[in-house]
Design a protein around this ligand. Structure first.
Ligand code: E4P
Length: 221
């Protein structure tokens, strides 16, 4: 399972990318607004693209097909390898079909059931983003939606890539990897939580202390 960072914070994205295990970035209008409501969106996205390379999903805000396609063309004029993130609404599905026919990658967002993911795949989605955390928030099993989606993909050999999205904690990552999601787009905080382990830190501290003891004994520290 590949790991993307779900963020529009350049510092977070740069730090995550510098560690070498991130293959892409997903953004959405709320993440962009959270950073700086006055930000130059084009410049911020170009910086993200320049600093990370790889996949960058950029979401349209139109709710009609024509508007979505116009926005997609504008985003592609900024960087031609952008993935166009489209909300799962009927007008969005028509936009996905149009973009797919032109070989433009799409990420269908705001999916909460495996059926929605299946429909998005049939519309030609390159990526389907199944939101777990927001399901958990309303007392519905988010991981189960990802499991159902992965099972359907396995049975039918579907090609769209499943993105586990709306990840809230490291156990979500673990369960999505076990379910067979292709990608998990993960907040910076959860990436850091998943890296950290108290035994790793304690182990390193004792290795370094023992090495220092040896150096001290030899008088070379
Ligand atoms: C996915 O692409 C979305 O940006 C994201 O995962 C939404 O997560 P949230 O529920 O934490 O806002």
């Amino acid at each position: 399972m590949q790991l993307y960072i779900d963020s529009a914070n350049l510092k977070e994205i740069e730090h995550a990318a510098s560690m070498g295990f991130i293959s892409g970035v997903t953004t959405n209008p709320s993440l962009l607004a959270k950073e700086d409501p006055k930000a130059d969106i084009r410049k911020l996205l170009l910086d993200i693209h320049k600093n990370v390379g790889g996949h960058v999903s950029v979401e349209v805000i139109s709710t009609d097909t024509e508007g979505m396609l116009r926005e997609a063309d504008e985003i592609l004029s900024w960087f031609p390898d952008a993935t166009i993130k489209i909300p799962f609404i009927p007008a969005g599905l028509a936009a996905v079909r149009n973009l797919s026919n032109r070989n433009i990658p799409t990420n269908v967002t705001l999916l909460f059931t495996a059926n929605q993911a299946l429909i998005a795949a049939n519309a030609g989605a390159t990526y389907v983003s199944v939101f777990l955390g927001r399901l958990d928030d309303i007392s519905t099993d988010g991981v189960q939606a990802v499991r159902d989606t992965c099972e359907i993909w396995e049975v039918h050999g579907l090609e769209s890539l499943i993105i586990a999205a709306s990840i809230r904690h490291p156990i979500h990552l673990l369960e999505c990897a076990k379910a067979g999601a292709h990608i998990a787009t993960t907040p910076y905080k959860v990436l850091l939580q998943s890296i950290k382990h108290p035994l790793t830190d304690a182990g390193l501290a004792s290795f370094l202390a023992d090495h220092k003891k040896m150096m001290d004994a030899k008088g070379t520290s």
